[in-house]
Write a protein that binds this ligand. Structure first.
Ligand code: F3S
Length: 391
């Protein structure tokens, strides 16, 4: 791989140990994937933030990198294993909390913005069309590639840190336009008009994509929240972290010959498959983390009601602050529902604490089953809240 003088200096350790280690990660990746060069990135989203996933070995690696590593581009974090302020109310073990705080301290020492969210595009880490970036969390990667039109591979934790500390990534995969063309058309002939159904659509297309890129046709309208849900689901169930929607997403693609058709019965079947109990113990909304619009909606539905089941709302802390100012948080908390800022039902250590979950997220269903052995109920946001209040 051809390196510039600046990049060679980094690799030789002239800019410190953390940069040296970072550059060797990027060069190794570039060589594995046949990259010709390293290119600058404008934004990084670091994955692998929960102590539940990192463990002590991960924490040691971060401490080592934080000794002399400093971020060179805007960098935010994926959700952590707990709400960094409100962890006690969410029932997190104090020893886990101590370790999770050490993880965040290490990132802060590197200069990372310690906002832990899978929707960095709601809090100012929003790349422009065509920007090369290095993001880690799969729904955010898919949203940025598809909806924002930025260019990123689905990076692992160490490579996102390496990009943050050097400002570069290896040019391969989705950084190259030739790899961003659709492989098949997915024609939607079903009614898909809310985030839950966009999640179901993602499950249907994802399962048939087998790692390829779809061009989705037949969708007339999609909100930010719909596209957020689709981004999370489609990649979880098997698609590449990039899709195109005719007339809606910014990327241009040629139209492939292969076509699949999605009928109403396919969506209905997907919804049915994601329900395997009626008995709900725990309700989670905000997978991916809620927009301010979703918080407004939740607050209006919860106004004057009391929850009977544990209801958590996943959100980036700055979006929660906006909700505080608008009065939505007060209405939500008055009902007994809890904000889960900085975290979510998948990265928090919840295994064994609940046996079943209701959510409007198809991704949440997948990981709720896979990681936490939850029985699942898949409903719209409104229906999930009704279940939480016992209506
Ligand atoms: Fe975000 Fe957690 Fe869902 S990271 S996409 S809320 S599984």
């Amino acid at each position: 791989m051809e390196l510039t003088k600046e990049q060679r200096d980094m690799l030789e350790g002239k800019k410190g140990n953390a940069v040296k280690k970072s550059m060797s990660i990027l060069v190794a990746l570039g060589e594995i994937y046949g990259a010709k060069r390293l290119i600058p990135v404008t934004s990084v989203q670091i994955s692998g933030v929960s102590y539940d996933n990192l463990g002590d070995a991960g924490l040691e690696f971060l401490d080592e990198m934080a000794k002399d590593g400093k971020t060179r581009v805007k960098t935010t974090l994926n959700p952590a294993g707990m709400d960094m302020e409100n962890w006690k109310a969410l029932g997190i073990d104090p020893e886990f909390a101590r370790k999770q705080k050490l993880v965040i301290e290490a990132f802060k020492k590197m200069g990372v913005e310690a906002t832990c969210t899978c929707t960095p595009y709601f809090i100012g880490n929003k790349p422009n069309v065509g920007d090369h970036i290095a993001w880690g969390e799969s729904s955010a990667v898919t949203y940025s590639n598809s909806v924002l039109g930025a260019k990123t591979n689905k990076e692992g934790g160490p490579s996102t840190i390496a990009s943050s500390l050097t400002g570069f990534t290896a040019e391969y995969g989705f950084h190259l336009d030739k790899n961003r063309q659709a492989h098949f058309v997915a024609e939607v002939r079903a009614k898909v008009d809310n985030p839950m159904l966009f999640g179901a659509l993602g499950q249907v297309i994802g399962k048939q994509a087998k790692g390829r890129i779809p061009l989705i046709t037949g969708i007339k309208k999609a909100t930010t929240e719909d596209l957020k849900a689709l981004s999370a689901s489609i990649v979880t169930y098997g698609s590449a972290p990039l899709f195109h929607i005719e007339w809606i997403t910014p990327n241009k693609t040629s139209v492939p010959k292969e076509k699949i058709v999605i009928e109403q019965e396919d969506i209905d079947k997907a919804v049915k498959e994601m329900n395997d109990t009626e008995d709900v113990e725990f309700v989670f909304l905000g997978c991916p983390h809620c927009s301010i619009g979703e918080l407004e909606k939740i607050s209006k539905i919860l106004e004057g009601k009391k929850v009977k089941k544990e209801l958590w709302i996943g959100v980036a802390r700055p979006v929660k602050r906006m909700a505080d100012e608008k009065g939505y948080s007060k209405m939500i908390e008055k009902s007994g529902a809890k904000f889960a800022c900085d975290t979510c039902h998948v990265v928090a250590p919840l295994k064994g604490r609940f046996h079943s979950i209701a959510t409007n997220s198809a991704k949440g269903i997948f990981y709720g089953r896979g990681k936490n052995n939850f029985k699942t109920v898949f409903r719209t946001l409104e229906e999930c809240i009704r279940l939480a209040v016992g209506e």
